[in-house]
Design a protein around this ligand. Structure first.
Ligand SMILES: NC(=O)c1ccc[n+]([C@@H]2O[C@H](COP(=O)([O-])OP(=O)(O)OC[C@H]3O[C@@H](n4cnc5c(N)ncnc54)[C@H](OP(=O)(O)O)[C@@H]3O)[C@@H](O)[C@H]2O)c1
Length: 256
């Protein structure tokens, strides 16, 4: 299989940024098409999606992101992560993919005509029933919701789960995943998204502009905060109906 970029083209269009800042720092530029080695694949981007992550990477805020992305300026000018596309070329050691395969996943620099992946990269075959646009919307937000509920939260059927921010990128996946695991789901969002939350399967929906879900003595097995990645056990609340659980949510609700 060809282990190089398309012969007729050496440059591609890409959204890049050389410094941190507001959306004005983004530029559409001609850049080199990524080259691939024997273990890599080249994917022609058919759709890409943006997440809160991309916003943080563009702004360089919170400052902690600069520890990874570059202190004074970004180490890489590439933007975007979520992607769906078609394999254009594969290295000679790659056996999982062939040119023409439809894939989706997370690759740095997805806001471009082509991205490079490796055989170990976060790219998987795209289900035929999903459009490229639908597939590109899934990876980061969907994985975040899945990891939080299944891996961190160890969700079980019958649990009462609250998804705060149920109409957002992560929350819309979280509602559906929690329902698929057999949980009783309480969703929190604003008025305009109440019907959407119901249509995604939420059993109860709180409109945070009209009512405070922390009042009313409800008990929960697990909760999802809207304001941060759930990476710490402290942000989860286990133990059905415990006093600790209720007070956790009262305190959390004040902070979000
Ligand atoms: N997207 C990702 O891939 C990803 C990955 C890792 C971590 N995160 C983090 O997860 C968090 C959510 O990200 P997201 O992409 O899902 O954000 P988003 O799409 O902007 O969604 C924000 C959600 O919060 C709700 N909300 C706003 N104000 C609220 C309030 N006062 N009370 C209750 N809910 C309120 C919004 O509801 P309405 O729209 O109905 O007002 C919406 O459902 C962010 O902190 C982000 O950094 C996101």
């Amino acid at each position: 299989m060809a282990a190089s970029a398309p012969a007729h083209q050496t440059t591609m269009k890409a959204i890049v940024r050389e410094r941190y800042g507001p959306p004005d720092v983004l530029e559409l530029r001609d850049v080199e098409i990524p080259t691939i080695d024997d273990d890599s694949i080249l994917v022609r981007v058919r759709a890409a999606a943006v997440n809160a992550y991309d916003w943080h990477m563009m702004r360089g805020r919170p400052s902690l992101v600069r520890v990874v992305a570059g202190l004074r300026k970004p180490k890489s000018s590439a933007m975007g992560v979520d992607v769906a596309g078609q394999v254009e070329a594969v290295g000679k050691n790659v056996t999982q993919f062939r040119p023409g395969d439809e894939v989706f996943g997370s690759r740095s620099g997805s806001l471009a005509e082509y991205v490079r992946g490796t055989s170990q990269s976060f790219l998987v075959p795209k289900p035929a029933r999903l459009t490229f646009e639908q597939a590109a919307a899934v990876p980061m937000a969907g994985t975040t919701a899945l990891q939080g509920l299944r891996d961190k939260g160890q969700i079980r059927p019958g649990q009462k789960v609250l998804i705060n921010g149920a109409s957002g990128g992560v929350g819309t996946f979280a509602v559906q995943i929690a329902k698929a695991f057999g949980a009783h789901v309480t969703a929190v969002c604003s008025t305009r998204n109440v019907e959407q939350a119901r249509s995604l399967g939420a059993d109860e929906v709180f409109d945070y502009t009209k009512e405070d879900f922390t009042r009313g003595g409800r008990t929960l097995d697990m909760g999802w905060r809207r304001s941060s990645l759930v990476s710490s056990r402290r942000r989860w609340c286990h133990g059905s109906g415990s006093r600790k659980c209720r007070s956790f949510w009262r305190r959390t609700a004040k902070r979000i």
